[in-house]
Design a protein around this ligand. Structure first.
Ligand code: AMP
Ligand code: TRP
Length: 328
């Protein structure tokens, strides 16, 4: 029987936001705690973040910060392997080998490529295009069968299957088929433009960071857009109700949900209920994060230990792959 191997990555682009949490990290923690897998890996995708505009200093600091944040969310390095992508030798080499079996047309049709190209017009680098081949390398390096990610990454996992098949056809059957594991809430919308997904690149007012203090959360949610465009359901209100359902008390959620259906919902009350729910939900997170960030050495040690475990697996894969493609 094929083993169940789970992997996912997060870019060190800044503090985690509730989109990352509901779309990915919460799922990682639930899967980890259910323990239904043969191996599970979570890594900080620092090489992927080179496609964006961070400075070296920002990237370096964010690697530590995001690691502290996933730990504060409940990731346990004794149960799973937690590492930084760049610490493991082999990802870029496998990424290159995959570049050479990936049709450019497949890369060009990726929504994220088009999206990011339009957002960083002055920096449409080759890495932005070949990104999914590196992501496939991250996944197939560990023979992963399941990838928990948010909706925006489905296309990349589909392409991973295509790339794996191309490799298998050309060089011999070696890589497994990989499936996405979606969360219940695969898409959290921006507070200010609720028809777009919540994303750091839209600006800080659009996102709630897990580390935001209650006052900050309140201020951002107060400004959240609740208006409808041309009648119908307001996406901003749907988004706030979804957040209340995820983070708040079920009874409170039901009351607001019913008054929304009846048409007598008061947005001000909804907003303060959501602010309280989110602020309370992440109270322990904020404390653990602070504690963890007071000891960078401990975080570095966790990452090093994780990289050592991952490297042992990567070495085996790369040994076989090099042989299969004829470079050893
Ligand atoms: P990134 O920060 O882009 O590396 O994203 C990390 C994870 O969070 C990925 O699995 C994404 O699919 C997920 N994610 C990012 N933004 C959102 C969002 N607004 N809603 C749901 N999931 C998201
Ligand atoms: N592309 C993912 C994102 O932007 C991050 C990522 C890189 C990833 N490699 C991966 C996710 C491998 C899952 C598996 O969110």
């Amino acid at each position: 029987m094929t083993k169940k191997i789970i992997i996912s990555g997060i870019q060190p682009t800044g503090n985690l936001h509730i989109g990352n949490y509901l779309g990915a990290v919460k799922n990682f923690v639930d899967i980890q705690n259910q323990g239904d897998f043969d191996a599970m890996y979570i890594f900080i995708a620092d090489l992927h973040s080179l496609t964006g505009g961070l400075t070296a200093k920002e990237r370096h600091e964010n690697i530590i910060k995001v690691t502290a944040e996933v730990l504060a969310c409940g990731i346990n390095p004794n149960k799973i392997t937690l590492f930084a992508q760049s610490h493991v030798v082999g990802h870029t080499e496998l990424g290159w080998i995959f570049d050479c079996v990936t049709p450019i047309a497949e890369l060009e049709r990726m929504t994220q490529f088009k999206d990011k190209s339009s957002r960083q017009e002055k920096n449409i680098n080759a890495g932005l295009l070949t990104y999914p081949a590196l992501m496939s390398a991250d996944i197939l390096m560990y023979h992963a069968t399941h990838v928990p990610v948010g909706e925006d990454q489905i296309q990349h996992v589909e392409l991973t299957r295509i790339i794996g098949k191309k490799f298998n056809t050309k060089f011999g059957k070696y890589f497994p088929e990989t499936k996405v594991m979606l969360t219940k809430t695969a898409r959290v919308m921006s507070l200010l433009e609720p028809n777009k997904k919540m994303s750091k690149s839209l600006g800080t007012g659009h996102v709630i960071e897990l580390a935001d203090e209650p006052k900050v959360i309140e201020g951002k949610i107060k400004k959240a857009v609740t208006a409808t465009e041309g009648g119908g359901k307001a996406p901003g209100v749907e988004n706030l109700l979804m957040l209340l359902n995820e983070f708040g008390d079920k009874k409170v959620y039901n009351e607001f949900s019913q008054s929304e259906k009846k048409g007598d919902i008061r947005y001000g009350d909804l907003k303060s209920a959501v602010s309280t729910a989110v602020g309370d939900y992440f109270k322990d997170f904020r404390e653990r994060r602070k504690e963890l960030l007071s000891n960078h050495d401990e975080i570095a040690e966790i990452l090093m230990a994780g990289a050592e475990k991952a490297q042992a697996v990567a070495d085996k894969t790369m040994d076989s792959v090099r042989r299969m493609v004829g470079i050893r």
